[in-house]
Design a protein around this ligand. Structure first.
Ligand SMILES: Cc1cc2nc3c(=O)[nH]c(=O)nc-3n(C[C@H](O)[C@H](O)[C@H](O)COP(=O)(O)OP(=O)(O)OC[C@H]3O[C@@H](n4cnc5c(N)ncnc54)[C@H](O)[C@@H]3O)c2cc1C
Ligand code: HEM
Length: 404
């Protein structure tokens, strides 16, 4: 909880800090990576840095956290904190790194805001930072402990035991851990971080959702990776390209333990569910569906997927087969370029209004590009689904965090 005095100062300075936060984080990253270049090489996603997206996520989350604190002095924005902590834990972020981030962030604030940072203002924002940092450190400690990661060392070596070309651009890598220790447990919907060494020596990390539920007792896990191709003015994706071009059966990959908070929970048991995905956002959905099929989920499950064409729909056969195993499952696949014989009403972008009405009390899980999720969320709210029952995963820095 923020002290009363700091709350007043933070409330009064939120507009000026909020307006400058883009510049502050830009200077923060410049300072951080000048002082600690290895953090950009081996921890932060340099694609996000180049594209500017991670900056917006960090800046947005601090402003959103401060706003939340002043608006709800006795509460904590747990959803937001957990989302960040899961990502941090999948990267092996340590408590010792928080003072480093603090040092460069506050130097950047002083540089950008100049005299506006009186000792009182500095102290109030310091309190915000450490409230957020200590909350994250505590959640991360719990997450590391749950996975038995000693000293925040989340990394382990896995052998590629199979590679399946799902579509022209998506490959599935089946993995088994090296060594005697069993494969870590996970919940359908979670992701792992994969760290690869690139040609320039950088060890870059990306997250990939586990695309199968794993099966009881099996130590094989799988990820399905879409190759990010070059666009007008944008280079090909570094890690996805490396995995596609270089990694074959028999190779070894470094993986984190599984993390992520987009998972089915106890409240979902036999409840009406909607699993909506687009493109490579299919990966957590197939894992969830496999789990629902394996546990014999009795409630209605509506599966919606949007893709360019059936040929580009990765894991399409699994997607349809698991939905088909559910006693009350129905799958609707929307294609912008359908094959012959595809129902006309399912051509184009995903449209929930073209489907039978969703049962009352539907709980929704979404994964795909932000415009897709925004559109589906708007339709769900319009159908009476409660905002609290709409859960989502973003395959990149979560810019929705910035919106609180
Ligand atoms: C929780 C989570 C789960 C995920 N699950 C999956 C999954 O199951 N399957 C999957 O395929 N992906 C998944 N992703 C996405 C994945 O983590 C990677 O983001 C994706 O593979 C792209 O990484 P990359 O290294 O290939 O691309 P990057 O090199 O990181 O590039 C990303 C984008 O930035 C652009 N870019 C890079 N440099 C510049 C520059 N200088 N200027 C302008 N633009 C630039 C690139 O062109 C590209 O479009 C997930 C992400 C998250 C966060
Ligand atoms: C209070 C302090 C911090 C806040 C508020 C914060 C906030 C965030 C947010 C909002 C994200 C994006 C989450 C998402 O992808 O959805 C993130 C990612 C990340 N954070 Fe932090 N963070 C903090 C401290 C740290 C520290 C101490 C480190 C380690 C040096 C760190 C390293 C990272 C990395 C590497 C990522 C992923 C970046 C990427 O993939 O582009 N963070 N953080």
């Amino acid at each position: 909880m923020l002290s009363e005095q700091s709350a007043a100062t933070v409330r009064a300075t939120l507009p000026v800090v909020g307006a400058a936060i883009g510049d502050i984080t830009e200077r923060f990253y410049e300072r951080l990576f000048t002082a600690r270049p290895e953090l950009l090489r081996d921890l932060f996603n340099r694609g996000n840095q180049a594209a500017g997206t991670q900056r917006q996520a960090l800046a947005g989350s601090i402003a959103a956290f401060a706003t939340y604190l002043v608006d709800h002095p006795d509460e904590r924005p747990d959803v937001m904190l957990h989302r960040i902590a899961h990502k941090h834990a999948s990267l092996g972020v340590t408590p010792e790194q928080y003072p480093t981030v603090h040092e460069h962030l506050f130097a950047a604030i002083a540089e950008v805001l100049g005299d506006a940072v009186t000792p009182e203002v500095g102290a109030a924002w310091d309190e915000v930072y450490w409230l957020m940092a200590n909350a994250l450190i505590a959640i991360e400690a719990r997450l590391y402990a749950e996975q038995g990661a000693v000293g925040c060392d989340t990394w382990r070596e896995w052998e590629v035991v199979g590679r399946i070309e799902e579509t022209a651009d998506v490959a599935t890598f089946q993995l088994r851990p090296l060594g005697e220790a069993p494969a870590p447990g996970f919940r359908a919907g979670q992701y792992v971080s994969v760290q690869v060494q690139l040609d320039d020596g950088a060890r870059q990390i990306r997250q990939y959702s586990l695309s199968g539920a794993g099966g009881t007792g099996s130590s094989v896990r799988q990820i399905s990776v879409k190759r990010v191709t070059a666009g007008a003015g944008t280079p090909e994706g570094e890690v996805s390209h490396h995995l596609h071009a270089r990694v074959r059966e028999g190779d070894v990959l470094r993986l984190s333990a599984p993390y992520g908070d987009l998972v089915l929970d106890a409240a979902d048991q036999d409840a009406p569910l909607l699993l909506a995905s687009a493109g490579i956002g299919v990966t957590p959905m197939t894992a969830m569906l496999e789990q629902l099929a394996a546990t014999g989920h009795r409630g209605p499950v509506t599966v919606v997927h949007a893709d360019r064409s059936p040929a580009e729909h990765a894991l399409r056969a699994d997607h349809a087969a698991y939905a088909g195993k559910l006693p009350h499952g129905a799958a609707y696949f929307f294609y912008e370029r359908p094959d012959e014989g595809h129902p006309a009403e399912l051509t184009g972008l995903a449209d929930l209004t073209a489907l039978p009405p969703l049962p009352a009390g539907t709980r929704a899980y979404l994964c795909g590009p932000l415009p897709f999720m925004r559109a589906v969320r708007t339709q769900l709210l319009g159908c009476g689904v409660a905002a609290a029952d709409i859960h989502y995963e973003v395959f990149g820095p979560d810019l929705w965090l910035a919106q609180g």
